[in-house]
Structures are given as C-alpha cells and as structure tokens.
Design a protein around this ligand. Sequence first.
Ligand code: ADP
Ligand code: ZN
Ligand code: ZN
Length: 816
Amino acid sequence: MFFVEVILPLALAKTFTYRVSETEFHFIKKGMRLAVPFGKSKIYTAIAVELHQNDPLVYQAKEIHQILDQVPIVTAIQIDHWFWIANYYMCGIGEVYRNAMPSGLLLESETIVSARLTSFVDEAQLSDEEYLVYQAIQQQSSLKVNDIVAILNKKNVFPVIHKMIEKKILFLEEEMMEGYKPKLVRYVRLHPDYNTQNGLANLMETLKNAQKQKDIVLHFFQLNAVEKKPIPVKKLVESAKVTTATVKALVDKGIFEEYYVQQDRVQYSSEISAKVLNLSDSQQIAFDAIQYQFTQKEVCLLHGVTASGKTEIYIKWIESYLASGKQVLYLLPEIALTTQLVGRLRLYFGDKIAVFHSKYNTNERVEVWQQVLHNSEKAQIVIGARSALFLPFQDLGAIIVDEEHEQTFKQADPSPRFHARDAAIVLANFHKAKVLLGSATPCIETFYNAQKAKYGLVSLKERFGKGQMPVVELVDLKENYFKKRMKGHFSDALIEAITMALSLGEQVILFQNRRGFSPIVECMTCGNIPQCPQCDVSLTFHKYKNQLRCHYCGYAMGKPTHCHSCSSIDLTTKGFGTEQIELELLSLFPNAKLGRMDQDTTRGKYGFEKIIDSFKNQEIDILVGTQMLAKGLDFENVSLVGIMNADTMLYHPDFRAFERSFQMMTQVAGRSGRAEKQGKVIIQTYNPMHNTIQQVTRNDFEGMYKEQLYDRQIYKYPPYFRLIKLTLKHRDFDKLKEGAMWLYQVFAQTIDVPVLGPEEPAINRIRNEYMRTIMVKIPQDKSIGGTKNSIKRILSSFEAVAQYRAIKVIVNVDYY
Ligand code: ADP
Ligand code: ZN
Ligand code: ZN
C-alpha cells in the first residue's frame, strides 16, 4: 500500500497520512498540493511532505481526492523552515502552513468565492463546468466551495475554481474588504487612417482652421517621436497645455482613439534608469567593514544614526548579489513603507523588484509566489513585511531586515507568533545566505548579540552629507504649567519654534502616541469614567464623530450628555490624543495646513501613502501623528519635531518601556533636519531629568543600552533570560482564576526555571474574556528545548482536566 504524509491548514500539531494509488505515489513530490477530505464532509488543500508505505495504525487512512499541482509549489527548505517555526514557537505545523501560503493557493470547502462584477466575461471561452459555475454565481453573487461541489456534482472542484480565479471571473470573498479596484489609465493614439504619409497631410489640411487641435496633434507627434511609447491623455494635456475637452473633441472627430490600460498594481512614479550610486567616505568604510564581517559571520548589524544613509548601503550590498543571480529579500516593518522604498530602489534595480503585500489580491500574491518559485528575474529582489519571509525562495543569497528593532516584526496574533528577524536568520541559515540587520536604535537583544560577537557589528555615526544630528531641547511641563506658559498642550517654546519654522517655509512634525481626542471622559461630580462593557478599559473620546470608542474591541457609543452613574451633566475630558492636538493647532495656527496620521486616518489601501505624499509635496505644513511617524521615513523639509508628552511612553507597564521610549523618541527626532540644515527637536515632559530622556537628548544609545542591560540582568529579562508567556482566557472569572493557579503550581513544581504568575494583566478583560498570564523565564545557558517539552507535557495534562478544557491557552515564545 502507498501513502502520502500531508500538512493540513488547521491548528493541528501533527501531519496526517492519506492513501494514494501506485501511480499517484510515483507522481507526487514533496511540496505539491493535494485536495483531501477531512472530518465529515470537509475538503482542504494539503501539502505533501513525505511518501511512504507505513499504514497509520491508529486510524484508517482516507484516499486523497486529487493532486492539484504538476510540480511542487513549496520547496523542501520551506517545509523545514515551517517545522522549525512550529517547534520553536510552540504551535501547530498546520498553523504555520496556513499563515505561510497566499489564501488563493489554499482553497477549502468553506472558502467563499464571489463574482468579479467589473470584468467582462466571454462566455464562449468557458468550459462546460466553468459555465455552470458562472451561471450559478450570477444568481447568488457568492458561493461556498462546497456549493460548487454540489453544482458540478463532483468532489474535485478546486482546479475549476483556480482557473476561474485566474480568468478573473471569481475572487475570494475575503478580498472584498479591501475594495480593490484596478486603476485604469486613459491613453490616446492616432486613428489608423491617419497613420500614413498621405493621411497625415490630409489631417493637417482638415485641421487648418482649428489651431488648438492642430497644436495637440503636433505635440502628439513630438511625444511619440521622443518616447516611442503609448501616450497617456494626462501627459498630452500637460505637454500641450490644453484641456481634456480639446482632446475629447479630437476623439469625437475620429482623429484620436481612446483606450484604457490597467495601471501596474503599484504605481511607481520614479523613472527607471541605471543610476550610479556613490557612497560617501564614511558609508564606504562601513560598507567595507560589512563585507569583511561577512567573511567571518552570518549576520551583521549596521548601527547607523538616522539619515546616515543606511538604505544606500543596503543598495550597494544588494548590487553585489545581483550578478551572481542570487535572490535577495528586503524586509520592512510596515507594508505602508514599501511604496517609498520601491521608488528609491527602482532607480538602481529597475524591473528586478517584486513587492509582496498582504494587501494584494489573490492573483497578485500568487503571481509573486510563482515568480519567486521560478527564480524569475522580475522577482530577484523581493520587498515585503513579515509575510514575505514565507515565499518559495530557490536560491536566497541575502536578507536585509531594515529597522530591525521594530515591534511589528513579531507576529502577535494569530499563531505562529514568530519574530520575522529571528525566523529570517534561521531561513538564511538553510540557504547559506547572509543577513544584514539595520537600525539607528537596535533592539537590546540584537546589540547584545553583536557585542558578544555572535553577529558582526558596524557603526555609522554621522549623517550623510553635511547633515548634523538635531538639537534636542527639553521643556519641563510642570514648571511651564505652573508659570502659565502653556496654551492647551503647547508650551510657549514649542509655539515659538513652530512659528519660526513656518515663517521659513519649513515643515513640522508633532508626535503624540495616542489617537482620538482624549483617552477618558470623567464625571466631575462622582468621578465615574465610562468603561467598555466588554473590556477592562475606559473608552476613548473621539470628538470628530462625537463618540466614545474602545481601542481594544471596537465598541462605540455616542458621547453621553450626562453621567450614567449620577446623572450629573458636569463631564470633563482628561489626557489628550492626536485629534485634540490637531484642533488646538487649528486655533493656534489658523493659516497652517494640517495633517494627521494615525490609525483613524490611514485606513484603506493607500491611506498612509496619501498622507505621506502630500506631506512630501509640502501640501501639509504640520503633521500630527502617532508612532507611525517613527518609521524610517525620509522628509527633506522638516526642521522641527515636537514630542507632545514623553511620559505616557515611559510609564507603560512593560520591561521594554524605557528601551521603546528611547527608540521611539530617537526615531521621531531623526525625522528633523536632513540635508544641509540642522533640525530641532522639542520634548515636552514632566521628567526632564529622567535617564531615558537624557539619553535621547545626548543621542546616547550606548548609555541606554548599558543601563537597560543592567536592569535586565537583575530582573531576569532578555537577553539574559528567554521569556515564554502563557495567556489564559475564559469568560468565567472564577474558573479562569482556578485554572491559572493549577497551571502555575504544576509549572512551579515541575520546571526548574523561574515561573511568575499567575498575574492579572493591566487590562484583564477583552471582548468579555478574562485573562491571566504566566511567565516562564529560561536562563541563557539552559536548553530552551527541554523546558518547552515540559511545558507541552503539562499543557496536555491541563487540557485533560475536564473543568479547564474550555480555558484557552496562548503560548508566546520570545514574548515582545
Ligand atoms: P537612514 O535610512 O540611515 O535614515 P537614508 O538612507 O534615508 O538614511 O538617507 C538619508 C538621505 O540621504 C536620503 O535622502 C538619501 O537619499 C541621502 N543619501 C544617503 N546616502 C547617499 C549617497 N551616497 N548619495 C546620495 N544621497 C544619499
Ligand atoms: Zn457622575
Ligand atoms: Zn472593548
């Protein structure tokens, strides 16, 4: 008998065995997809990982439905990497598989497909089966894969659906959320009748009394001669300085023909040219040092201050891999930054760049997947966030992890809760590739690894060109409030600096790490503060919508007119967010153009890009924003950065609070002053003498590092201890409390490393589920594998206790 071992896209720890025929046995390769039945009536896309002849003794192996691929679409290295992730981050292999694949490659019986209404369907081109599905979906607009099974009256419908997705007739329901609309660009061409010598003469004759129209036609010829490529209407209008109406007139006369072309999925405005990059002397020194480090080490940290030109060094480094035909992966903390970066990289690498986006639709993601799988030149350099790590690289030579300190590299939810930087280092190891980590404010663990010579370390301490580090000025809020030198949340010093910057035509960034208007509404009579009914947090006031909203579960209600507890109408607001800053600016600087960048204003596919673009184009004078501003953006004209209140970050209850505050403030400050001019940073705080704030002021990364390292050792935190955090959740408070205590006690008795808890987190209820946490701390010199195995064993006995079975346990390895 013949069997195949597969991974199913479910939260299951094991692989499963299915029966295959002998022919199938010889055809199937590791990494091919198979449609398999599972449970009562479900069908899933599984991935073959092994072929063997061992009958599973504990269950009767079912037969597969169908082989979906002719050749593997997942590589052997990927499968090894998935198993490493499942093992290291303590989750099911099925969860890793599910997370790694674009959903377009992962159809299952519950998947919902819809009709793509915008596209024209040539019914004659459809097969009989496609036609049946097409007809059904016209009537119902969306269908489950299982419905299609019924319509076609056969089990194996995935190939039909795949074809129809490819033909753009169907798409996956989940994409509807994105509101993806392909952008069409209007072009004109000359009607073929005029495209001859004779025709041209006739044309000039026809237009002899229409000077304007004649002009346009002449311009059209000029453009055509110079560029030899299609001419967009927009370009023609700009170049000939006419209105679109005049062009329209020519179309109406039948002289021009209009046509539309779908714009490339991401529009890169920059021209492609083989630009030559010259590194500055200090960049060159750093680059040489990196090259040297890589002769000794697999990983190297580039610690370069903001605006030192790290990107240029990455570019040089990528260049050194291109000729060899190796693939390069460039990881960013945030997909919103890709458009910016791609623009810069295209100048050097032209069409060799592919972007992998979780916001791309199925076809686009599958396309990049295929390009990477076939080692196509179009995807020699892949740019993306976390998820790009899972592409089927054939011959990966280099990985760049830019802004490696960013928290977003660690996936919090759903499982696998992996850290993309660390998983990238492991992936590189499989490929024998090198990893370059870059940051102005490296993560403490990373810097520690560099100090211990596990990674190479290269520092770049000066800005590119004549750029100088910004001057930091501290404003003592206590003193300023006392001396009445505050207008709202603005100190006189900050107002003065903004006035100055604006008068010089320079731009300003204001940072307040909290969205909304103000965090809380409080009753002046009884002190009542409206809380979220489902979570243990107070609601945030959003003035624009006049709502109170929960930032954890999305609950919203209209702002109350009176206290729900004592009916008093004397309500006040406390604390402040970006929205309030924006309103205060409106009255302080009525003539300035304001912009706001936070989660509320950057929703939608290109929300972030739009704000960044208008700021870059100087359509915005003052940009107010949350931590999104701290990401590596490069603005030319910003001379002032204001941090409205440094204290909320510092007093966040987390062992990384000081490290994060330092990173965030240093990064935001780094947006100030780029080219020639020295920038200024104003930090408003109640604690100007706080060590972390002093370290930001002196740009003293090493000082921060040493101080934090000392604390980490004393209080048993990374890098000296690895953390495994377990979060227990249940709707029943008492049951949870009991279960958490049970688990803690077994841990404490069984595991010979420090175990803390069970603790109530600062926010102990979200969406009506209560939470308790247990923290396991594993010393550096101890094998993490042994402890993990004990944890796994204990967790399965925990699940076996009937009254605790309903308690959810979330395991987070290397909790961030
Ligand atoms: P970082 O990523 O270190 O903050 P960037 O790579 O954004 O710094 O560089 C800062 C600015 O300096 C950018 O506008 C960049 O184009 C410019 N720059 C850096 N290096 C060079 C170079 N070698 N040649 C020309 N411009 C450079
Ligand atoms: Zn009250
Ligand atoms: Zn809530």
